[in-house]
Design a protein around this ligand. Structure first.
Ligand SMILES: *Cc1c(COP(=O)(O)O)cnc(C)c1O
Length: 390
């Protein structure tokens, strides 16, 4: 047998090499602190689990769900958008459930791309935007996210012939891996650009609730004209520590929502209703757990930023997401620096190159270990590599 040409183009698993190193270190009895994992370490809040447990007892929830989600689920999503962002959504035509936002992000390409098409993809970024594109026989055009531009793509630098060919533009703020948050001008510029070239905007808002210093991140759908050109992908994964439950949604443009729903109705049978009830409880129940989650990450972020500054980094604290993105010191590549930190300090950081070619020269620290352990990781790094230069 032989995998097809498209599968042959999928990159090998990024962390394979580093995982081998972790195993070697563990075999030698070295205590590893893993700052590489982009998955919340805290449990799902109790009231959400309790709601799911109750829903589990109801046989009505044991059957095939609707592939676009229960209407009550879509209504809760719309109600959350109204409360949180002041955005009005028609739950029937402007919201579709997803088996996690990753599923929808990967499948939206199959809904809108023909072989040979182009998408506009940030670099560095979450790999799924490019992967979805490649699986359709289309080509991602990489938009560099540079520190000097606040990690926002420069739409004016995209050649007109590329923009004319592009079918989808992916954006993601608060951003993985850079921690950047977008401003109003950027979203407005994106909408104007989409209108000019007839491009579908796909905003990945997975981290909209993970913002710091009391400065809430905004939804793309808050901006005038957004619904005419785009959809937003979201989920309860990061906000409520529910990455394992696999439930999300796409919301916004009714045509894109309908096409995605129709595509999904042909290949999956929706999200387990028990999980939809859990997500409804998450969105409509008490929200102090979200405030606690933000404080927890903010305290960890401050430990990382302070530690890096002591060693000579001059970095700003990221305004959102669960990541700190920082340049590697002089003389290192992102891979060689990650290897040094693992070997000398027993700390795993992620090499920037894993998120795209413009991630080279950077590393990512995930804020997914507790504060004391985080402090220990930074102290170990300081002891092992001392002052750094750039
Ligand atoms: C974690 C993450 C998601 C969330 O994926 P789910 O499928 O909803 O769990 C989406 N986008 C980015 C950039 C992420 O880091």
């Amino acid at each position: 047998m032989q995998e097809n040409l498209v599968m042959g183009k999928l990159p090998p698993y990024l962390f394979a090499r580093i995982e081998k190193k972790i195993e070697e270190a563990r075999e030698k009895g070295i205590d590893i602190i893993n700052l590489g994992i982009g998955d919340p370490d805290q449990p799902t809040p109790e009231h959400i689990i309790a709601r799911a447990a109750k829903a589990m007892q109801d046989p009505a929830n044991h059957q095939y769900p609707s592939s676009v989600g229960m209407l009550t689920y879509r209504q809760e999503v719309a109600a959350w958008y109204r409360r949180r962002f002041g955005v009005e959504l028609d739950p029937r035509s402007e919201v579709v459930s997803l088996i996690g936002s990753k599923e929808g992000i990967a499948n939206i390409s199959a809904c809108f791309l023909n072989p040979g098409d182009t998408t506009l993809v940030p670099d560095p970024s979450y790999p799924v935007y490019s992967i979805g594109t490649i699986l359709c026989g289309a080509t991602p055009y990489k938009m560099p996210l540079l520190a000097e531009n606040g990690f926002l793509p420069q739409l004016k630098d995209i050649p007109a012939e590329v923009a004319r060919k592009a079918k989808i533009l992916f954006i993601n703020y608060p951003n993985n891996p850079t921690g950047a948050v977008a401003n109003d001008e950027f979203y407005q510029e994106v909408i104007a650009f989409a209108k000019e070239y007839g491009i579908l905007i796909c905003h990945d808002a997975a981290y909209s609730e993970i913002f710091f210093d009391n400065r809430p991140a905004r939804s793309f759908l808050e901006y005038p004209g957004a619904k005419e050109v785009g959809i937003e992908f979201h989920s309860v994964s990061k906000t409520y520590n529910m990455t394992g439950w696999r439930i999300g949604w796409a919301a916004g443009n009714s045509y894109a929502t309908e096409v995605l729903g129709r595509y999904k109705s042909n290949i999956d049978s929706g999200a387990f209703q028990v999980v939809q009830y859990a997500a409804m409880e998450a969105l409509s129940g008490p929200q102090d757990c979200v405030e606690d989650m933000r404080s927890l990450y903010q305290a960890r972020r401050d430990v990382v930023v302070a530690g890096l500054r002591r060693m000579g980094w001059s970095i700003e604290a990221p305004p959102g997401s669960i990541y700190v993105w920082a340049p590697v010191p002089k003389g290192y590549s992102s891979s060689s620096f990650a290897e040094l930190v693992l070997e000398k300090a027993g700390v795993i950081i992620t090499q920037g190159i894993g998120y795209g070619e413009y991630g080279e020269g950077y590393f990512r620290i995930a804020l997914t270990v507790d504060k004391d352990r985080m402090e220990e990781a930074l102290q170990r790094m300081e002891k092992a590599i001392g002052k750094v230069e750039f």
